[in-house]
Design a protein around this ligand. Structure first.
Ligand code: ATP
Ligand code: LTN
Length: 341
């Protein structure tokens, strides 16, 4: 596991991709199908950067021991999913000081009203009513800094992050209008299927890694027999017809999972299970999910055991990330009139 210098040379002139996941809770099938799976092919055409957004994670109280373990676990899972550290810059957000530094600057170009409108802020403030801290409110300014520091042109995320991306674009355009073309204005890259995987028991709300209801989510490290059981017990309806529709959130969600896992279209799925009820359909969904999770979990075990190797990946990732990020930060300071060091 090593990120060679050649990577930088090879990728120097390619468009940049950046994305991240908060190392909170346990990675879910939603995180995989909405984000990680779509990251895998990008290193062929883009200079890819994927981070563990640990500074975002502390907007909600974390146990330090658990947070540290989650960082190693998430990195090992990134790699087990197929992200090769030799082809992708993998790093921890807090290792690159420029993220927090640019976030401060962008605070001064972000309006209170813009932050107050963010759906994620509203949801998380309702969920953590006893701790509506400034970081939770300011979360999108840090996310904008994450993206703009690398001059990323594409940001592969699930559908729930679209609003944050739009705000990032507004901040970048506002800054560029004042100071010239300092930032690349990024585009969201949202998958056509799998962008919003819903809970198995509550298919009207998204599957989330910090959800406490165990049976509502499939975790990437769930034993496969548990995965099969959870899918068998997933909420459907009494119609017993495999078809997508607003009136059938449970079945539609299972169809999205199957389609995102296998590439099969909704029409093909409906035709395949016509007249069969939900039993064989749920079994097919379970088979498709297990076919992804089983080899991933086998790879994960070895990767996670090599903590020294994981630390090396993060050290080299942070070095590569810092070079890019510091160049943008220096340019930002310059246009603002802050003295060079
Ligand atoms: P938390 O519950 O801790 O807020 P989360 O599960 O919503 O976490 P994030 O760290 O906010 O996960 O998101 C990581 C990536 O996974 C983002 O690109 C996000 O859009 C995507 N993602 C999260 N949940 C889903 C989902 N249910 N379906 C599709 N994509 C998702
Ligand atoms: N807010 C994101 C995680 C995240 C992110 C980013 C995603 C933090 N910084 C930069 C893309 C680009 C989320 O999924 N909740």
């Amino acid at each position: 596991m090593t990120q060679s210098i050649e990577v930088n040379e090879r990728t120097q002139h390619r468009p940049v991709v950046l994305s991240g996941i908060q190392p909170s809770g346990r990675l879910t099938l939603g995180n995989y199908l909405g984000a990680i799976k779509n990251w895998l092919p990008l290193s062929e055409h883009y200079d890819c950067h994927y981070m563990l957004a640990d500074l975002h994670t502390i907007t909600v109280r974390q146990d330090p021991v658990v947070l540290r373990e989650h960082c190693y676990e998430f990195l090992a899972l990134y790699i087990a999913c197929g992200l090769d550290p030799a082809q992708n810059v993998l790093f921890v957000q807090s290792h690159v000081a420029a993220h927090a530094q640019l976030a401060w600057v962008l605070n001064c170009y972000t309006q209170m009203g813009e932050l107050a409108r963010m759906t994620q802020f509203k949801d998380k403030s309702a969920k953590h009513a006893d701790n509506i801290n400034v970081g939770l409110y300011d979360y999108p300014a840090l996310m904008a800094a994450d993206i703009l520091l690398y001059q990323a042109s594409e940001v592969p995320v699930g559908g729930d992050q679209k609003q944050h991306l739009e705000l990032t674009r507004d901040i970048a355009e506002r800054f560029n209008n004042l100071y010239g073309k300092v930032f690349t204005v990024p585009e969201p890259m949202i998958p056509p299927v799998g962008a919003r995987i819903m809970g198995l028991q509550e298919p009207t709300a998204k599957m989330s890694k910090s959800d406490n209801a165990e049976t509502n989510s499939i975790y990437l490290l769930d034993p496969v027999d548990k995965v099969v059981r959870k899918l068998r017990r997933a909420v459907t309806d009494s119609e017993a017809v495999v078809r997508a529709g607003d009136d059938k959130p449970g079945v539609t969600n299972l169809m999205s999972i199957l389609s995102a896992c296998t590439g099969e279209s909704f029409a093909a799925i409906e035709a395949r299970f016509a007249g069969q009820g939900y039993g064989p359909f749920k079994q097919a969904v379970a088979d498709a999910v297990v076919a992804i999770l089983e080899p991933m979990q086998a790879r994960y075990k070895d990767i996670r055991e090599d903590t020294a190797g994981l630390r090396r990946v993060l050290r080299e990732g942070a070095e590569a990330a810092r070079t890019k990020a510091d160049a943008t930060l220096a340019r930002v300071h310059e246009v603002l009139g802050l003295l060079p060091q």
